[in-house]
Design a protein around this ligand. Structure first.
Ligand code: NAP
Length: 294
């Protein structure tokens, strides 16, 4: 069994991005600029946004954080988005999800200029993804595709089973895997909560992607001998042996499943760091387009 090391691969990507940023600055261009909107004080969202900002700065990009109280109106948030859409110094931005319940998430996402939608959630970018056109791909599936390619995992002609059909992970993951491209070309099945026999479907997978949102959901009996397993899940579970009182686990029961796999992504250190690297790749893409359009 081989561990697919997302941390090391994401570091290599960040080095490449940092070199490109440095060379643009040497040529007299400004640094790429990513902005983030954070509404409220959700602990996980705070952590994600802080990590995105830190990683941006580590590759020489500019990052700005726009913080709003959980009580702001939807109109105020839409105004903030409109401001960033028009700010020529900002190449791309994200609105950190989840949003407070009084906001219409679809309306908020639709308000983002698709050219600055580095999360790739806008329907225009999702549509381009379906059509196989060049677009901003949602960071988690984009990061997974990059991870598999750089780790030398063969996907062409393989049977891939994706557990989960969310708009941000499962569905784009399935689309990317089935693309006509030497680093995709898989035959894909998507499973969800109404799948009749999910374990039987999963057992057919050469490549199993678990994006279910339930700790330890994938057990050894659901995995074919020699399969490649990609664990997207990320959960904090209580662990009194740790100083901080918790540890991170995925959607896969790692200890049980890993011995059956030819390769598997760990949690932490697998998909998580690749998601951040993919967001930086999307920011570079927005920047290149923006700079060349001037
Ligand atoms: P989500 O929106 O909650 O979607 C979960 C999907 O799993 C849904 O399609 C749901 O089916 C399906 N599902 C849930 N329980 C099931 C069950 N018992 N049997 C079969 N299908 C079931 O979650 P998400 O946003 O895609 O995220 C999935 C996981 O990835 C979460 O743990 C999340 O924290 C993690 N994540 C990690 C990263 C990272 O960077 N590492 C990034 C994003 C997400 P229905 O559609 O039928 O309801």
């Amino acid at each position: 069994m081989r561990l697919i090391d997302g941390k090391t691969i994401s570091e290599a990507i960040k080095k490449e991005i940092a070199a490109e940023v440095a060379s643009m600055i040497d040529k007299g261009k400004r640094a790429p600029h990513m902005a983030a909107i954070l509404v409220g004080n959700d602990g996980a969202s705070e952590t994600y946004v802080a990590s995105k900002e830190k990683n941006c700065r580590s590759v020489g990009m500019t990052s700005s954080l726009y913080r709003y109280d959980a009580g702001i109106s939807e109109k105020e948030l839409l105004d903030a988005i409109s401001f960033l859409n028009q700010d020529d110094d900002v190449d791309g931005f994200i609105v950190q999800l989840p949003l407070p319940k009084h906001m219409d998430v679809d309306k908020v996402i639709r308000a983002i200029d698709p050219e600055k939608d580095i999360d790739g959630f806008h329907p225009v970018n999702m549509g381009c993804l379906v059509l196989g056109e060049d677009t901003f791909v949602p960071a988690t599936p984009y990061g997974i595709m990059e991870l598999l390619e750089r780790a030398g995992i063969e996907t062409s002609g393989k049977k891939c089973v994706v557990l989960g059909r969310s708009n941000i992970v499962g569905t784009p993951m399935a689309l990317l895997m089935s693309r006509n491209n030497p680093h995709a070309n898989a035959t894909v099945t998507i499973c969800h909560s109404k799948t009749a026999d999910l374990a039987a479907e999963a057992r057919m997978a050469d490549i199993l992607v678990a994006a279910i949102g339930k700790p330890g959901f994938v057990t050894a009996d659901m995995v074919k001998e020699g399969a490649v397993v990609v664990d997207v899940g990320i959960h904090r579970v209580e662990d009194k042996t740790r100083q901080n009182g918790f540890r991170l686990v995925g959607d896969v029961d790692f200890d049980q499943v890993a011995p059956k796999c030819s390769a598997i992504t760990p949690v932490p250190g697998g998909v998580g760091p690749m998601t951040i690297a993919a967001l930086l790749m999307n920011t570079m893409k927005a920047y290149r387009k923006h700079i060349s359009a001037r």
